[in-house]
Design a binder for this molecule. Sequence first.
Ligand SMILES: [Fe+2]
Length: 448
Amino acid sequence: MAMWCPRVFLLPSTIVVFLFFVSQILVQSTHASAEGFTRPPPGNIIFSEHERSKSEPQQVHISLAGSDHMRVTWVTEDHKAQSTVEYDTAPGQYTTRIRGEHTSYTYFSYSSGKIHHVKIGPLEPATTYYYRCGASGPEFSFKTPPSTFPIEFAVVGDLGQTDWTKSTLEHVESKDYDVFLLPGDLSYADSQQPLWDSFGRLVEPIASRRPWMVTEGNHEIEIHPVVFPQGFKAYNTRWLMPYEESGSESNLYYSFDVAGGSIHIIMLGSYTEFDSDSAQYKWLQQDLAKIDRKMTPWVFVLLHAPWYNTNMAHQGEGESMRKAMEELLYGARVDIVFAGHVHAYERFTRIYDNEADSCGPVYVTIGDGGNREGLAMSYKEPASPLSMFREASFGHGRLRVLNHTHMHWSWHRNDDANSVVADEVWLESLSASGTCMGQPTSSLKDEL
Ligand SMILES: [Fe+2]
């Protein structure tokens, strides 16, 4: 397989000057080592080039698309390249061939390559498949998630494409997992479309092996008042998620099941309408109403702008969405809510409406994947009793669901070996709580 060759990407001079100014401020503060290690400064953007021919696939990534299907996505510079995937369970022998769809987009003077989306299956669970895209180029392989417990998720937010991103991804890859979850801010292309291609090449070795399930962050918006008023053009075209499969009308919010339907994961959109008369709100109501907690003991939610946050960065940005949707998640007894946006790690206790509530979700901010903007170092003081752990370091999370009742969450900062866990907690499914499942929502808070 061709190797990607990172180099420092040359940005417009005004942006370089701005980034240099910001980095100088942050370098001074990020060299503090209160816990005995040195926090890294913001990282340079690395630009990943490729050595493949124009007809060969690049930026290959996969995503779950229904209970036993996988969507394979890639880009070719050659617009005549086939949108086909050949695959089977033995390397080099492709007995199944499926044709999919393709698209492309323009963004001012930029024209994308041919973007291929091919949905393959039905696939067996916990099985390794070998595949080739467009009958050309290298062979890839992926493993499907298991249909039963245990199952493990890697959770990474605000990823970007810097040296810290590479460090985070190396840590993720050092220990096996089943599904990659990303609560927004992928490439930090910020309208510089070649950086979307670079990001696709950077993550391909990982994103072609395990499904990447993402939702959008503010860096995916790329809105232009006249030319691109809706925004999300690159994101929606390149990172097609199973929204149609989950009854959503928008790629900006959707849901999917894993572990044979025992876990339901909802990806919400912080940057599309969420008020009670919005399409997203109505879809969420319907999606939550379909869940049978006897069949689906776990429900997770991912979104970008955190609803609870004691970092000084991005204070209050998730508040209007919290006010609009928190009651829905609480009523459905969602187990855990992951957010990004704030470039640090923070774990809260179970909360509903700003108070500890044993029937509310645990809230986790995991926006520390490695973006170019650096870490969010300042916290509100004194610490809120709702905040159980907070630290500004790059890292990633692991969510291992052992069975119908128990799962283990851990956060791994990049400074440590993966065996070293900076924060961890065992969590019990709310579906196993007679108190939380057996009484009407309105009476619960009165008793607590
Ligand atoms: Fe963000």
